[in-house]
Structure formats: C-alpha cells, structure tokens
Ligand binder design. Structure first.
Ligand SMILES: [Zn+2]
Length: 247
C-alpha cells in the first residue's frame, strides 16, 4: 500500500523564530509579506512552544559521514558534504525519502492507521536548490520590508536552515502531520512521540533543546537513525548530545 493520499502541507522551515514572527506580524500586518512570515503557522505545536535561538553559523564545516550513515549529524555547524550520495524512493504524494528508510516509514504508517490515526508526510527530501530558493525568497521578503541586505540575511537565517544544513537534504528527515479529515495533529504527534523510535525514528528537535539544536521544538520533524533510535529516545538526549556522549 502506498504511503499517502494527502494534500501537501505547507510548513514553516526549520530554524524558525516564533517570537520574531509575532513581531513581524505586528509590524507588517498586511499583504504578501504578512502571508510569507506566517506560512505554515498552523503547524506550530499546540503546546510547549519555546523561544528560538538565532544560531550564528561561524564554523560551518562538512559533516563527517560515520560508518553508520544514519548517525550523520547535520546542523548549523555541520554541513552535508557535497559528495553525499542519496538514493531516493518517491511516495505516493510525490514526496521523496532515502530508499533505505522507506520500509520502516511504511510500516510505521501502516501501524498508525491500524490504530485509527492517519498521518501524512508533509515534507521529506528537499534538494539543495530548493533550500537555496527558500532562503533567497526569505531574504528578498525582508529586503522588501526595508531591511538592509545584511540584516535581511541575518533575519532569514532565523527562519530558514542555511542550504546544506537542513536534514531534509539528507532524505533521512520527514515532517509528519495529520491527514486533517481523519485525525488531528496532536494525536499524530503524541503517537509518534510514544512509538516512532520502534521504527528507527527520533524526535529531532525536542522541547528544551533549542539552544543545542539551534531549532525550535518541532513535534512533526522525525529523523531516521535506525537501530539506535530506542537508545537515543530513552536517553532523553537530543542527537547532538547523544553523539557527543557516545563517540
Ligand atoms: Zn522538518
């Protein structure tokens, strides 16, 4: 059975700053700019939001690809190597994921549906070019609001992962939401939090870890780590912390 029959869910890109959004909205409460700033806000968590941190990327280096590549660490400081190879499988809604995570993702979705919860993949693999476009759009939007090029770039980085630093470019990350006609997001997030590790996925940006991950709490963003998922989930650590402790 195919993974999905669903509409594509717009999403706020990684690296967001909710506080900034509120300020932006207050100042620019009209027109296209307003819409852009709020793109995807329906996906914000229904509880436990926290303040984002603008992590300045000073020492971005190429991420090391470990022997078990499912443990690759990609974030503001560790960029996907340019020669990183991915084989992709396309889902029934057109989204793509790394072919090796597909069977576990499918199994997880099947099991969720058996329990009467209906998830969809809002976003899987994202190309570098797409990430660059998203960043360029965001910078342009801020420039149109009257910010200098430098300031616009700085502000955009609070909302959008710098190209090369988004896990979506790995094909190992999926944003999972509810098929709105049958489920609500919260029940999907709750189920995932309790069960996703059994299928090799971890909540990548937990509450309380924003200072370390550089990304707001994102209850929809799951990252495949394979056989280590249970250990990482049960440790209560985020991926950065767990890798540091176990390297
Ligand atoms: Zn995501």
């Amino acid at each position: 059975m195919g993974l999905i029959t669903m509409t594509r869910v717009k999403k706020r890109k990684s690296g967001g700053c909710f506080a900034a959004a509120i300020v932006t909205a207050a100042i620019f409460a009209a027109g296209v700019i307003f819409e852009k700033a709020f793109e995807g806000l329906e996906k914000l968590p229904e509880y436990g939001t926290e303040t984002a941190v603008n992590v300045t990327l000073q020492n971005t280096k190429a991420a090391e690809v470990p022997v078990n590549r499912f443990l690759i660490l990609v974030n503001g400081e560790n960029k996907i190597p340019d020669d990183y190879k991915i084989e992709l499988t396309e889902l029934s809604n057109g989204e793509k994921v790394d072919s090796e995570i597909y069977p576990d993702l499918q199994k997880m979705f099947d099991d969720m549906r058996d329990e009467g919860i209906y998830p969809v993949v809002g976003e899987g693999y994202r190309t570098r070019e797409r990430q660059q476009e998203i960043m360029a759009d965001k910078i342009r939007a801020y420039e149109n609001e009257g910010y200098s090029e430098k300031k616009a770039e700085e502000m955009a980085k609070e909302w959008v992962a710098v190209p090369g630093t988004s896990e979506h470019e790995l094909g190992l990350a999926v944003d999972i939401n509810a098929d709105k006609e049958k489920s609500d997001n919260q029940e999907v997030y709750d189920w995932l939090y309790e069960n996703a590790y059994k299928y090799g996925f971890i909540l990548r940006y937990p509450i309380g870890k924003t200072l370390i991950t550089g990304i707001d709490y994102e209850p929809w963003h799951y990252r495949y780590v394979g056989e280590y998922a249970e250990k990482i989930h049960k440790s209560g650590l985020c991926l950065e912390e767990w890798l540091e402790k176990n390297s």
